[in-house]
Design a protein around this ligand. Structure first.
Ligand code: ATP
Ligand code: MG
Length: 286
């Protein structure tokens, strides 16, 4: 049995439960049942603990949960002894220093002597120390972006994804300190039983994530172009080639990376491919 800590409600919850569902693990949403803290997963030996994201690293470090899904920024802030076992690719954001638009900012040293509001004092403190900047850190738990306008601080250090929140609060981003995404963390010394379930979970998560970054592609090619087209389509091992009813043509099936997709499609068309179909893959096990 594995106990997995996930965020009760917030930016990580929905994607985490979605990823589990895609892995064939069904869990009742923690935010739906009134104040529900625990839920058993269906068809997988796992129990879910719904917590505030801030509490997840500690809970995993203490062994109350064997593993958890949380933002890497929170793992770095809490500095609890946990292992990052997988990067999950969602809840991407960066942590940046932002200053009022009217402030003339040229270099990091301009922060010397200023008061910086943040909910992440540990990460900021380490960054400032590394860079030899002496600024005052003012810890607040929420609404960091309004701190300069109400006179609570001169500048802020906060999470940024699109930057629109900063803009609407009259701030500009001046230094990016770190990039973050959701990660799967685990207790440092799992029992063999829990480790086995974690390995099964990882196997499924990786199959889902891999599938999401690839597409299945089908296309028709004149026989004299097959060789050329096969060079463009690397495939998992090699493409499948089947004759079409129409004389002189074949159907090719293969797998391509989502990020190479447009470039490859162009090359395929130039080499006589027609009737190109691109289909999402649900799971992928290599
Ligand atoms: P909780 O109530 O669980 O403490 P929270 O308000 O601290 O929740 P959320 O705002 O739900 O946290 O964000 C959770 C995580 O999502 C962040 O720590 C960060 O890793 C990630 N994230 C991604 N984009 C953003 C964003 N635009 N704003 C805030 N967090 C973001
Ligand atoms: Mg939080």
């Amino acid at each position: 049995m594995l106990t997995l800590a996930v965020q009760k409600s917030g930016r990580l919850s929905e994607k985490t439960l979605h990823l589990l569902r895609e892995s064939g693990i069904y869990v009742e949403n923690g935010s739906s049942g009134r104040g529900k803290l625990k839920a058993a997963a269906q068809n997988f030996p796992m129990e879910i603990l719904f917590l505030r994201d801030d509490d997840i690293p500690e809970c995993v470090a203490d062994g109350i949960a064997h593993a958890g899904v949380v933002g890497e920024n929170v793992v770095l802030e809490k500095k609890r002894p946990v292992k990052i076992v997988e990067r999950l690719g969602f809840a991407r954001c960066r942590m940046s220093i932002a200053v009022p638009k009217s402030m003339e900012y040229r270099k990091l040293e301009d922060l010397n002597g200023l008061k910086i509001a943040t909910s992440f004092p540990q990460i900021l403190g380490e960054f400032l120390q590394k860079k030899g900047i002496r600024a005052e850190i003012h810890e607040i738990t929420g609404s960091v972006e309004i701190a300069p306008s109400i006179g609570l601080a001169d500048v802020i250090f906060d999470i940024v994804s699109t930057g629109s929140t900063l803009l609407s609060n009259g701030l500009k981003e001046v230094e990016t300190v770190l990039q973050s995404e959701a990660v799967l963390i685990a207790h440092e010394n799992l029992s063999p039983e829990s480790q086995t379930v974690l390995d099964q979970l990882l196997f499924r998560l990786r199959a889902v994530q891999k599938a999401e970054s690839f597409k299945y592609i089908l296309l028709n090619v004149p026989n004299d172009k097959i060789e050329k087209v096969c060079q463009i389509l690397p495939g998992m091992k090699s493409p499948t080639i089947m004759p079409l009813a129409m004389e002189g043509w074949s159907s090719l099936h293969s797998v391509i990376r989502e990020d190479e997709f447009w470039e490859i499609i162009e090359k395929l068309k130039q080499n006589g491919a027609q009737g190109i179909l691109v289909i999402p893959i649900e799971k992928m096990i290599l």
